[in-house]
Design a protein around this ligand. Structure first.
Ligand code: ADP
Ligand code: MG
Length: 149
């Protein structure tokens, strides 16, 4: 288990951090993104997409649960499970085929809502604010059971 703690002071820095992380992805990884509403999970996801070379704009999949992107180096399965009714719904969406697919990576916003079905080797990214450190400050903790970042 490798634990890294990063600090960002602007959305662009969170984007850049996620981009660097994506550039190291090999395929098959599941990234779990957690943190309060408006903390920067979608900013992170967009940076991640850029790091895979995805060209189309990435909207938040809040209302669709899943958006897929196939224009990058690896496929990206971007989930936002905020509105998921139950873990069973993830099976219907095809979560198990997508998570762990060697030609793609899965990124799951609000992953704690489906904690019971996350793979053991998932990489956990937690984003937090700290009001004492300013409005745009974020602490980003990355816990990676695969390798060092
Ligand atoms: P979430 O998906 O977690 O609900 P979003 O990514 O949609 O959040 O929104 C995050 C908001 O916070 C954006 O408006 C972004 O510009 C802003 N923001 C300010 N500072 C940061 C930072 N350091 N990292 C990421 N986002 C930031
Ligand atoms: Mg979001």
């Amino acid at each position: 288990m490798n634990r890294t703690e990063e600090e960002t002071f602007r959305p662009e820095e969170t984007f850049a951090l996620a981009k660097r992380l994506a550039e190291q992805a090999k395929g098959g990884e599941v990234y779990c993104l957690d943190g309060d509403l408006g903390v920067g999970k979608t900013v992170f996801a967009q940076g991640f997409g850029a790091g895979l070379g995805i060209e189309e704009p990435m909207a938040s999949p809040t209302f669709t649960i899943l958006r897929e992107y196939h224009s990058g180096r690896l496929a990206l399965f971007h989930f936002d499970v905020y509105r998921i009714g139950s873990e069973d719904e993830m099976e219907e969406i095809g979560f198990y085929e997508m998570a762990g697919s060697p030609d793609g990576v899965a990124l799951i916003e609000w992953s704690s809502l489906i904690a019971g079905i996350l793979p053991e080797n998932a990489i956990h990214v937690t984003i937090e604010k700290d009001p004492e450190k300013g409005f745009d400050y974020r602490r980003i903790v990355i816990e990676d059971p695969w390798c060092s970042i």
